[in-house]
Design a protein around this ligand. Structure first.
Ligand code: 13P
Length: 344
């Protein structure tokens, strides 16, 4: 387990966070099509190459979560993406769940699948160069949701996934996402997040998962998107830290948040505010997908996906801002003084 613990620590190293670029073919296609780029295996490869070859990425990013298709693809020069990342000092990771599927008897709720054959897939991914994995459980809020059945089924699956990953040599990112969709208050989000985290850690304990060799990827405690009352950055930071401190064991190697539909700048501001609340039992960093990629995709999509430098400038800007937030050193001036056109 020593190597896994070292990898988990490296994933949350000072000044660094994780780039989530593991969208399934369906999700990647939706995003590319939405930006005016027809989605093909080659256009997805080209887009991911733009992200992964961003100059200086390793200064701010410890690891990148890839989708199965991307882990099997290579740069234009023929270097497998996993090898390219390793050469840059960036850890390649892999999404191993097969998606959130409707939960029987619980309308509007899902359970994440992918346990069948996972031992064999973990072995294959290790052979392809992956060092860590990701599994996302999805919890929706409102109209009696989440049910106990939904929380316990997802917590159980997360623990079985985590145990299989550690057995096979991958650090599991444990991702229980409480969705931002809904009209729930921040107080409801806090109560649901606490209940979900407690269920997840109880299952992880039952399955003897080494907490020093996992990274927790939670959602922040925020009001639902449709809630009548919004919350300030300070309120979100305080509620999220309070919830984590009450429910996450100190042994966990690190906490790397998802962005979950927050705008890029707001996700950065929240991370910065949390880190300004003083030292916590675990490092707090980012594992953002949309909050890192949305500005990069928009810039890349100018000219139908040929603007590599623009996309890379936008990604490096966001990565640098989030790296500063990881160190409680982000300022609003960084957003205005370093516009998305400069690759430093
Ligand atoms: P977002 O930051 O866009 O929520 O994506 C993170 C992720 O990996 C979702 O599983």
């Amino acid at each position: 387990m020593t190597n896994l613990r070292a990898t988990a620590s490296a994933m949350v190293a000072p000044g660094k966070g994780i780039l989530a670029a593991d969208e399934s073919v369906a999700t990647a296609s939706k995003r590319l099509d939405g930006a005016g780029i027809p989605s093909t295996a080659e256009s997805r490869r080209g887009y991911r190459e733009m992200l992964l070859t961003t100059p200086g990425l390793a200064n701010w990013v410890s690891g990148v979560i890839l989708f199965d298709e991307t882990l099997r693809q290579a740069t234009t020069d023929g270097v497998p993406f996993a090898d390219y990342l390793c050469d840059q000092g960036v850890l390649p990771g892999i999404k191993v769940d097969t998606g959130a599927k409707p939960l029987a008897g619980r309308p509007g709720e899902t359970v994440t699948e992918g346990l069948d054959g996972l031992r064999e897939r973990v072995a294959e991914y290790v052979g392809l160069g992956a060092t860590f994995a990701k599994w996302r459980a999805v919890i929706s809020v409102g109209d009696g949701r989440p049910s106990r059945a939904c929380v316990s089924a997802n917590a159980h699956a997360l623990a079985r996934y985590a145990a299989l990953c550690q057995e096979g040599g991958l650090v599991p990112i444990v991702e229980p996402e409480v969705l931002i969709e809904g009209e729930h208050t921040i107080e409801t989000c806090e109560a649901v997040t606490a209940a979900v985290l407690r269920a997840v850690f109880a299952e992880l304990a039952d399955h003897d998962v080494d907490l020093e060799a996992i990274v927790l990827k939670p959602s922040m405690v925020v009001p639902g998107k449709g809630a009548p009352q919004t919350a300030s950055v300070a309120e979100v930071a305080a509620a999220t830290i309070r919830t984590l401190r009450a429910s996450v064991p100190a042994a966990v190697a690190g906490v790397a948040f998802l962005s979950g539909g927050q705008s890029a700048e707001v996700a950065t501001a929240h991370l910065d505010a949390m880190n300004r609340l003083g030292p916590q039992p675990w490092p707090l960093t980012f594992s953002y997908g949309r909050a890192l990629q949305d500005p990069a995709l928009a810039a890349y999509a100018v000219d139908g996906g040929a603007t590599v430098e623009g996309g890379q400038a936008a990604l490096s800007h966001r990565a640098r801002c989030n790296s500063a937030a990881r160190a409680a050193a982000w300022t609003l001036e960084m957003e205005t003084l370093e516009p998305a056109g400069s690759v430093l």
